[in-house]
Design a protein around this ligand. Structure first.
Ligand code: SAH
Length: 268
């Protein structure tokens, strides 16, 4: 674990930023589960599965319930609470900041790490399964493809300043995965066309990846807005390009081992 500069001068405990993964509790890492079991206090956000509580039944759970872009007051209040908890648990104590998916991907980790460094609190980051990877698993669509899919980008369809998908930069990878896009698929479709993606490019939309009711649907850049109703109100990622392409159908072998993938999938 990296030591924060002033940690030896204060009685503060440590803070572990832990990725909960995208869905059910069994998608957290073993290290993440260990940190939950060790924690005295856990600050969790809105995406964490409540079943994760069983991994830390004796800890004090505080729900900070932040979704999307919190205003600066919300973020500052969370930073202040983390610092307060780290001081309360004492030198040997542990505070876990549990975040959906991976803490380093659209998780406001930068602000929280900086606040801990400024307060002299030692930190650790435990990675988690980010939504893009859970979506690739749900849809059984590898994000990289030999020959055609050599790069992947994780992008947000929102911008902090305008909240507008129209303002995004251009095409920058063979496979682009858009987070926080669910509410603005029509705008994202127009933006993708302007960025140079042909209208017939494959797009795979996945919501609640990693949950039992995960849903995938196939579209093109031109028809992407049709996914809006299907995935409404669910956490959704949009996979564009090489990684969205359906796999070539393979006939079952004589032994019957190969067959249709076991995923809920809709073509629109
Ligand atoms: N740190 C998280 C992302 C937080 S931003 C991670 O690494 O996954 C929140 C966005 O993540 C949502 O708007 C949605 O685009 C995406 N997301 C989170 N969980 C998801 C899930 N189970 N299925 C699909 N998308 C998900």
């Amino acid at each position: 674990m990296a030591a924060a500069p002033a940690s030896t001068a204060t009685p503060s405990g440590r803070v572990a930023f832990v990725g909960a993964g995208p869905g059910q509790a069994d998608l957290i890492t073993l290290r993440g589960a260990q940190r939950l079991a060790q924690a005295a206090v856990i600050l969790s956000d809105a995406l964490a599965d409540p079943a994760l509580r069983e991994l830390a039944p004796h800890a004090r759970w505080l729900h900070v319930g932040k979704r999307g872009f919190a205003d600066s007051t919300g973020q500052e209040a969370i930073n202040a609470l983390l610092i307060k908890c780290a001081r309360e648990v004492g030198r040997t104590g542990l505070v876990v900041r549990l975040k959906g998916g991976d803490p380093s991907v659209f998780g406001r980790l930068e602000e929280e790490l900086q606040a801990m460094a400024a307060a002299g609190i030692a930190c650790e980051v435990v990675p988690g399964v980010t939504a893009a990877l859970a979506a690739a698993a749900s849809a059984q669509r590898p994000l990289t493809r030999r020959g055609a899919g050599r790069s992947v980008s994780f992008a947000t369809a929102m911008t902090a300043t305008t909240g507008d998908a129209e303002a995004l930069p251009g095409r920058n990878a063979d496979t682009e995965v858009f987070y926080m896009a669910g509410k603005q698929l029509a705008a994202l479709s127009r933006k993708l066309v302007r960025a140079g993606w042909p209208g017939e490019t494959e797009v795979c939309v996945v919501s609640r990846a990693g949950w039992p009711d995960e849903l995938t649907s196939d579209h093109t850049v031109a028809t992407l807005s049709r996914a809006s109703m299907l995935h409404a109100g669910r956490p959704t990622v949009v996979v564009v390009g090489a990684g969205a392409r359906p796999l070539t159908k393979v006939e079952p072998s004589a032994s019957g081992k190969a067959g249709a993938p076991l995923v809920a999938s809709l073509n629109t």
